[in-house]
Design a protein around this ligand. Sequence first.
Ligand code: 5AD
Ligand code: SF4
Length: 463
Amino acid sequence: MSETKKLFVKTYGCQMNVYDSQRMQDVLAPLGYQPVDDPKGADMVILNTCHIREKASEKVFSDLGRIRKHKKAKEANGKDRMIVAVAGCVAQAEGAELMRREPMVDMVFGPQTYHRLPEMVARANRAIGRDRIIDTDFPAEEKFDHLPEQVSRQGFSAFLAIQEGCDKFCTFCVVPYTRGAEYSRPGMDVINEARQLVAKGTREITLLGQNVNAYHGAGPTGGEWSLGRLLRELSDIDGLDRIRYTTSHPRDVDDDLIAAHRDLPKLMPFLHLPVQAGSDRVLQAMNRKHDGAGYRDIVAKLKDACPDLALSSDFIVGFPGESDKDFEDTMQMVRDITFIQAFSFKYSPRPGTPASAMELQVPEPVKTERIMRLQALLAEQQLEFNRNCLGREMDVLLERFGKLDGQLVGKSPYMQPVHVSGLPETALGQIVRLKIIEALPNSLGGELVDTPVQKRDSERNVA
Ligand code: 5AD
Ligand code: SF4
């Protein structure tokens, strides 16, 4: 057994990075690395970075400034070592530049290399100052095959990566460059990982991928499984009560997936389906491969299959060439469809992407004005949905303690945090039926309807 070492991991950006950070901790655990909450005094610091927008990238450099001080302090005695590593999409996209700008960074490695971490760490530990390590290889296939079983317990709801990379090449997006080509894990690998999670107490699984519904994993007897098929297989796992998936692309919503929303009670009636913009002109310039009518049509089919379904989305405002009229089309799309939750961003030109070289970049004040209007509308819709939940009964998976004494917090089928008081600690991990008695902009309050002896979501009519 190796001596215990302190590992500090900071995660930026998407849920895939949250998942990857957990996996890095799993890979490093056998080497004696234990996670800590503070970079001060750590033996190893990993910044798992995000490149999606300029702000996210810049944050890494400002954080590195702080880490530099901790490293100096730790290494002042000439004996101790703090390995500083930059992982994730900034590492992938700007590895060499990062090494040049930040001489104290010991290691830079991209998202497809995490299974090689033990070897890299051993090399970095041997190297005295000079031998810096950079590994930004593809492909994802090797990574998934070589990562160990998930050991860090993720709790009652867990992430499971089934797909990585993207072949869509939206003109604003760095993901196809930083995460590489689309790769899907074999179906049975996913099923087995899901079973292991359930055996450790997980009741809800969120399938992850940059373009998760492009999933086409190898089936066990030849052929391929679509996401719809994979969802059906997962649904058969006893003890798994709730399934979600994110992030999807409208073009990859096929009939099989729509049918899964109709047939599988374990599949939660909440879908993150980014549309980005409402104007056909802008959608085309973004290379989204669908127009506004196409998106509306998919939503109609999904709601037909699952009338309870509610949507969330991502939006970009101020894409190059976006006129007032184009922006109004986005507002109209939001009014027509209604989203119960959403993320909206000002367009941020990313180096190397086609949109960054487009003419007619939208001035910052215009972006600001548009995003404020859009966010106000989206917030209104979210609050209205929450208010409409008042008096309704919902199944809530209780996950953690609340801020107040005796309060527990769980998640509704629609991902709303729901607070409830007066339940014993042993109710954590259970799915309880709550009547909604309070509606706030970002959360709900509930009271118990049944006894906490749960029935599974799959046995009930959720919501
Ligand atoms: N500028 C602004 N937002 C972006 N996104 C991706 N690339 C950019 C960019 N260059 C947003 C999209 C995507 C989400 C993850 O991030 O809305 O769906
Ligand atoms: Fe980026 Fe998503 Fe478009 Fe792929 S589908 S390029 S990940 S925005």
